[in-house]
Write a protein that binds this ligand. Structure first.
Ligand code: PRP
Ligand code: URA
Length: 209
């Protein structure tokens, strides 16, 4: 699993435990999703290239690093991914944000696309696909298929919780895509929910159940 990065930091694991707890309410859940997205997103951006620019501090002129090269695109998968794009855009305000609407059919668990709007220059951007849950992998794969058709080449997938089944499927379909996650859980249940998981991420973020 060379291109899977599990963020094992104690702070991440602590916050994830509170998110998983069924007694955590909507407000706290949303705040935790925000905080975890920033912490995981920070790791996902570790390999961004930097270049030196000259600045002047109050003391002296100096060369100091800034992020260089390709610009970024954040692509949340609606709707749960919105919690992640809000969080990451707050620390990278220059990133463009595209939206992919995708829901799992409750019977077949297959992804159904209902919306797509991405930056026009996506082929020249480093793309971060955001969704808190990687379960069967269907939604992630369909989203990345679509982005590649639009010309995206440099794509990372950032989630909070993943299932081994989804990781394998995503790696088989898109071996070039690095995956960042706070946890690889045990398995999927008969309804294709992640075990132990945290339930339905969208419902818990938006309070719809
Ligand atoms: C959830 C989640 C992912 C998808 C993961 O979305 O946010 O997009 O399921 O499952 P998969 O890996 O098996 O495709 P959901 O379909 O519940 O839509 P929602 O965000 O609108 O609630
Ligand atoms: N989608 C979710 O929100 N949770 C799961 O466990 C699986 C898919």
């Amino acid at each position: 699993m060379n291109n899977v990065h599990v963020i094992n930091h104690p702070l991440v694991q602590h916050k994830l435990t509170i998110m998983r707890d069924k007694n955590t309410g909507t407000k706290a859940f949303r705040e935790l999703a925000y905080e975890l997205s920033q912490l995981i997103g920070y790791e996902a951006m570790r390999k961004l290239k930097t270049e030196l620019i000259e600045i002047e501090t109050p003391v002296v002129k100096t060369l100091s690093p800034v992020i260089a090269g390709r610009k970024l695109a954040l692509i949340p998968i609606l709707r749960a991914g919105l919690a992640m794009s809000d969080a990451i855009a707050d620390f990278i305000p220059t990133a463009k944000i595209g939206h992919i609407g995708m829901y799992r059919d409750p019977e077949t668990h297959m992804p159904v696309e209902y919306y797509c709007k991405t930056p026009t220059d996506i082929e020249s951007r480093d793309v971060f696909v955001l969704d808190p849950m990687l379960a069967t992998g269907g939604s992630a794969i369909a989203t990345i298929d679509l982005l590649k058709k639009k010309g995206a080449t440099n794509i990372k997938f950032v989630c909070i919780i993943s299932a081994p089944e989804g990781i394998k499927k995503l790696q088989d379909a898109h071996p070039d895509v690095e995956i960042y996650t706070a946890s690889i859980d045990e398995k999927l249940d008969d309804h294709q929910y992640i075990v132990p998981g945290l339930g339905d991420a969208g419902d818990r973020i938006f309070g719809t159940k």
